[in-house]
Design a protein around this ligand. Structure first.
Ligand code: SF4
Length: 266
């Protein structure tokens, strides 16, 4: 058994696009445009207030306090789509699913990714912790921490422009894992900018939605990429994990079995 903190073996789930060294982030220009975004005054005010007032446990930290871009393997085939930064997690550290406390959502998610071979560490504590993702890029539907983790519908709609822009820089994307119903709905809202999906599939854990096959699944029709398959997964919030609504075995089902099968097939 591998000790925590030692690198995971790379998964071998079928051909991975060959060629140049992997890009471990989106372009500096896109990154900067997300970080500088001020389009939602309510969220910007909230994030700056949290960064100023801080939590007692983090009073010596310098909070990020700005929008949080995606993180991970920009040449990867998998996009994990979360909801939004946590006020004292990613809003503090500047990296998605990072720093929301020992045993928080970042650790729960990274532990599952590590077991499945998508991450070299089973924890996600700070941006210099050495965490590296393999074949996976993580982003959030909303890039600024919202009060009570509840973004307004208009804020989701506005912020999807950033995900839309990131898609153009994820050329190998094949599978999107939506972490929670809001992320699931946000993804289909983004799809609806290009085409109608009727009826819109209902979110559920381990639910898989395949795009239409044939020419329609190819880039074109406004899609910068081949349309990905969508997988639903419960969000790894403490509310879900502490109540056992979501268990490690349920994430192993998605990341250790469903996802590898889908990648082999695409
Ligand atoms: S939530 Fe998104 S669109 Fe709104 S200010 Fe933050 S980064 Fe900009």
């Amino acid at each position: 058994m591998r000790r925590p903190g030692t690198p995971a073996r790379l998964p071998r789930w079928g051909p991975r696009p060959a060629g140049k060294a992997r890009r471990l982030r989106i372009s500096a220009q896109l990154h900067a445009s997300i970080v500088a975004c001020e389009r939602c005054p309510r969220l910007r005010t909230y994030c700056q207030g949290v960064a100023r007032d801080k939590k007692r446990a983090y009073r010596d930290d310098t909070y990020w306090g700005r929008p949080v871009p995606g993180f991970g393997d920009a040449d990867g085939r998998v996009l994990l789509l979360g909801l939004a930064p946590a006020a004292h997690g990613a809003n503090r550290t500047g990296r998605v699913f990072t720093g929301d406390g020992v045993g928080g959502s970042g650790d729960f998610l990274m532990s599952a990714l590590n077991r499945a071979g998508f991450a070299n560490l089973p924890t996600s504590h700070h941006p210099e912790d050495g965490l590296r993702l393999h074949d996976v890029y993580i982003a959030a539907a909303v890039r600024c921490a919202p009060p009570d983790n509840k973004p307004a519908r208009a804020e989701i709609t506005t912020c999807l422009d950033h995900l839309d822009a990131e898609l153009t820089q994820l050329p190998n994307l094949r599978v999107v894992v939506a972490l929670g119903r809001i992320a699931w709905d946000a993804w289909f809202q983004l799809m609806a900018r290009r085409e109608r999906v009727m009826p819109r599939p209902i979110f559920g854990h381990a639910v898989v939605w395949h795009p239409p096959s044939g020419p329609e699944a190819s880039p074109g029709k406004g899609w910068p990429i081949a349309k990905p398959t969508i997988v639903g997964a419960f969000h790894p919030s403490r509310q879900n994990t502490n109540t056992r609504k979501l268990t490690p075995a349920m994430y192993d089902q998605v990341f250790g079995r469903t996802l590898p099968e889908l990648l082999r097939a695409r």
